[in-house]
Design a protein around this ligand. Structure first.
Ligand SMILES: *Cc1c(COP(=O)(O)O)cnc(C)c1O
Length: 356
């Protein structure tokens, strides 16, 4: 049976990505070797990382003066690398969820942290607004998409100081105006590649202003200087990322991806809003994520949650269980998820509601 994959991460990849990666595991670039057993210093792999880097710059329209890095350690490693490299005295952070608060915790190791606003007391069900970013902060950090809670900031916030964003779960779903940013990072396992590589885009000029010594591997300048090849990079995830990037380009680039993503999200939120049985968890519709749609059963149907889960799994719908800290359901609609999978979920919701 065809599976409809709604996992939040690692998550669905395009068939194009999976097929080409499978082929390269058997025979990479006609070398007669597997991608799993070639040197990262081979000319064939150098071509892979070069093309992947160029495609990131092209698709996201990244101006001169930025470096694109492929690093290990996950997005969580960036929670400490950002302050290590950028925080002199004070970082300003917006607390919109678990990942944001993990980033805040790490930044406190390096200096003062000003949490400009938080929706924690309300279970992170909305994005705080009307906060002020202190002008004496070294940078302002926000999480563009809160994967666990299903809220998203689909805009580049105005900031009087350097701007840094964790875009792990919504990168490549909207255009980004880089004139505002100094650093963006994204773990690959949501919209790009299998787990193991993190994409970092950093403004070269933002580096070199802190006094503290930085361990070699945690210093962005090490990886800029060596083209992400200071040590062995995650070869296979980078290869898979290249396939995804080629696929994105073939589809028509970011504008087309965004159009598809908006369409999918509109259909699913529409079905939730029209239903008596299901209800969304995000309080302000303007904050609804188009990548992770979180919903629960209305109080009078609460005890049907697990039977709906089983109903879905019998139809090949997998990965819709909400994060353990939130409960309910979460349908992740990443770029690779086809519209027909969204339709399958909506049909399941309709059919289940009709029989209960
Ligand atoms: C998944 C996720 C992370 C954590 O990524 P790791 O690669 O597991 O460290 C951080 N931030 C956001 C927004 C995420 O969705």
């Amino acid at each position: 049976m065809k599976k409809h994959n709604f996992y939040a991460g690692p998550s669905i990849l395009s068939e194009y990505t999976i097929q080409n990666t499978a082929d390269a595991i058997l025979n990479f670039a006609d070398t007669g070797l597997s991608i799993l057993e070639v040197s990262h210093r081979s000319k064939e792999f150098q071509a892979v990382i070069d093309e992947a880097t160029a495609l990131v710059k092209e698709l996201l329209d990244i101006p001169q003066g930025f470096s694109v890095l492929w690093l290990g350690g996950g997005a969580s490693m960036q929670f400490c690398m950002i302050p290590f490299n950028l925080l002199k005295k004070k970082g300003a952070y917006l607390d919109t969820g678990t990942w944001a608060s993990n980033a805040i915790k790490e930044a406190r190791i390096f200096g003062d942290v000003d949490v400009v606003a938080s929706s924690k007391e309300q279970g992170y069900t909305f994005i705080p607004k009307g906060y002020e970013i202190p002008k004496d902060a070294d940078y302002f950090h926000y999480t563009s998409n809160n994967t666990i809670y299903g809220t998203e900031m689909r805009y580049d916030p105005a900031s009087p100081v350097r701007l840094v964003a964790d875009m792990s779960s919504d990168i490549f779903s909207r255009p980004i105006d880089f004139t505002n940013y100094d650093a963006i990072y994204a773990g690959a396992q949501k919209n790009l590649a299998p787990a193991g590589v993190t994409l970092v885009i950093v403004r070269d000029e933002a580096l070199g202003h802190v006094d503290r010594p930085i361990p070699t591997m945690l210093d962005y300048r090490t990886h800029i200087k060596k083209g992400s090849m200071f040590n062995t990079p995650p070869v296979l995830p980078i290869f898979a990322a290249l396939q995804t990037l080629r696929y994105y380009k073939q589809l028509g680039g970011i504008k087309e991806l965004e159009r598809r993503d908006l369409e999918k999200a509109k259909h699913l939120y529409g079905a939730i809003d029209d239903s008596r049985m299901f209800q969304g968890t995000v309080t302000d519709p303007a904050d609804r994520s188009i990548m992770n749609v979180c919903f629960v059963m209305a109080p009078e149907y609460k005890d049907l949650e697990s039977s709906f889960m089983e109903f879905c799994s019998a139809r090949g719908i997998v990965g819709i269980k909400g994060h353990r800290s939130v409960g309910g359901f979460r349908a992740s609609l990443y770029n690779a998820l086809p519209a027909e999978s969204v339709k399958a979920l909506i049909d399941a919701m309709h059919d289940f509601e009709a029989t209960h």
